[in-house]
Design a protein around this ligand. Structure first.
Ligand SMILES: [Zn+2]
Length: 369
């Protein structure tokens, strides 16, 4: 089974975040001239405050409902604005910063990677390039070096062109087309995760960031300089300016992909968070067996070992022992424990009785590698 990620509409997510107060626009440098954190910078106190924030440090961890009264010293007091008590609240790691590109778009990383595997790494690099001197037969001349702007404008034509050459890739084709039609393939909004999820340290004014944290500042810089080009040339975007914009868009796209890759590797694969931490443990009422075929069984039948049944139906066995033999729960547990080490005829016949009576079902599946 491959991991599937839902492609979200980033613009819509941004609007939602802003509407419910969980979003902030990131467009300022991290620090101002006085070396204080900018509110609309990458380390905004909006995410959470820390020792760097002086008197305000950790204030948001004590808050009333409306958020106007915060700070540990007000704990237990009533907020004059909302009339609710100031209590300890956990930090909200779902708060998200948003960098916005004016007027133009890059691709959602997932859509980009899908498109790349569909049309090929080299053709996509040639299409999104800004080098008009490229000579190649891999891409039709009219699509050479049209940049991300051209890619978006000619998206369906380009997709159809490569589909006509790769008819077997129907599934990929329709997936990408679907993303484009839903408006999720391209975006002008780049999410910035909470500082809680990208810790940094500030020792004697020397900042050090996590691998992920490090990737945001250059991206913010690129978005800022791109927006400046766009703003300075509103209404007079000639070919040269469009070329400059395409170049910047490509840089941002590359940085976004690198960031996505970094985040994705944290959750994906054998050592990733999902498999390692969430699915790694044994699930209750499960047991591990070697599955072998048996030609004498029907398709919906399995044979189960005495030991596996004992584990899978531990609680049913205990309940029935208590009921049938009129013993206590702890006595029943003792019998099960004994039955694990020694074959118990009594338990075995109880198992057969339960199977006949309740038609127990078992889900067999293969563990991921
Ligand atoms: Zn309040």
């Amino acid at each position: 089974m491959a991991t599937r990620l839902e492609v979200v509409n980033l613009e819509r997510e941004k609007r939602k975040d802003m509407a419910i107060g969980k979003g902030i626009e990131i467009f300022e440098p991290t620090f101002n001239n006085k070396k204080e954190k900018n509110y609309n910078g990458l380390l905004s106190p909006f995410f959470s405050t820390d020792w760097d924030d002086g008197d305000e440090a950790f204030a948001e961890r004590y808050s009333c409902e409306c958020g106007k009264t915060t700070g540990g010293i007000f704990e237990g007091e009533t907020c004059p604005h909302c009339g609710k008590e100031v209590v300890f609240v956990d930090i909200d790691i779902t708060k998200t910063g948003w960098m916005t590109i004016m007027d133009f778009h890059i691709m959602n990383p997932i859509a980009y990677l899908k498109l790349r595997s569909f049309i090929g790494k080299e053709p996509l690099a040639i299409i999104t390039s800004t080098d008009k001197t490229i000579e190649t037969k891999k891409v039709p001349t009219k699509y050479i070096a049209i940049g991300l702007i051209g890619l978006k404008e000619n998206f369906i034509d380009i997709l159809d062109y490569y589909y006509s050459k790769k008819k077997s890739k129907t599934l990929e084709y329709s997936e990408i087309l679907d993303m484009f039609n839903k408006g999720t393939a391209f975006t002008n909004s780049i999410p910035v995760m909470s500082t809680i999820l990208r810790p940094y340290s500030n020792i004697n004014n020397r900042l050090s960031f996590s691998t992920i944290g490090k990737k945001y500042e250059p991206m913010r810089g690129s978005v800022e300089s791109l927006n400046r080009i766009i703003e300075d040339n509103i209404g007079s975007l000639n070919d040269d300016k469009m070329m400059a914009i395409n170049k910047k868009l490509k840089v941002i796209q590359k940085r976004y992909l690198a960031l996505f890759d970094e985040v994705f590797s944290l959750i994906n694969g054998k050592d990733g968070h999902i498999r390692d931490q969430l699915l790694g443990g044994r699930i209750n009422f499960s047991s591990r067996n070697v599955i072998v075929s048996d030609e004498f069984l029907r398709v919906n039948e399995i044979t189960l070992s005495y030991q596996a049944f004992l584990e899978l139906y531990r609680y049913e066995l205990i309940a029935n022992l208590v009921k049938i033999h009129d013993i206590s729960i702890s006595e029943a547990i003792n019998e099960i424990s004994w039955g694990k080490i020694n074959y118990s005829k009594k338990l075995h016949s109880l198992m057969k009785h339960l199977i006949d009576k309740y038609e127990y079902r078992v889900l067999i599946n293969r563990n991921p590698r």
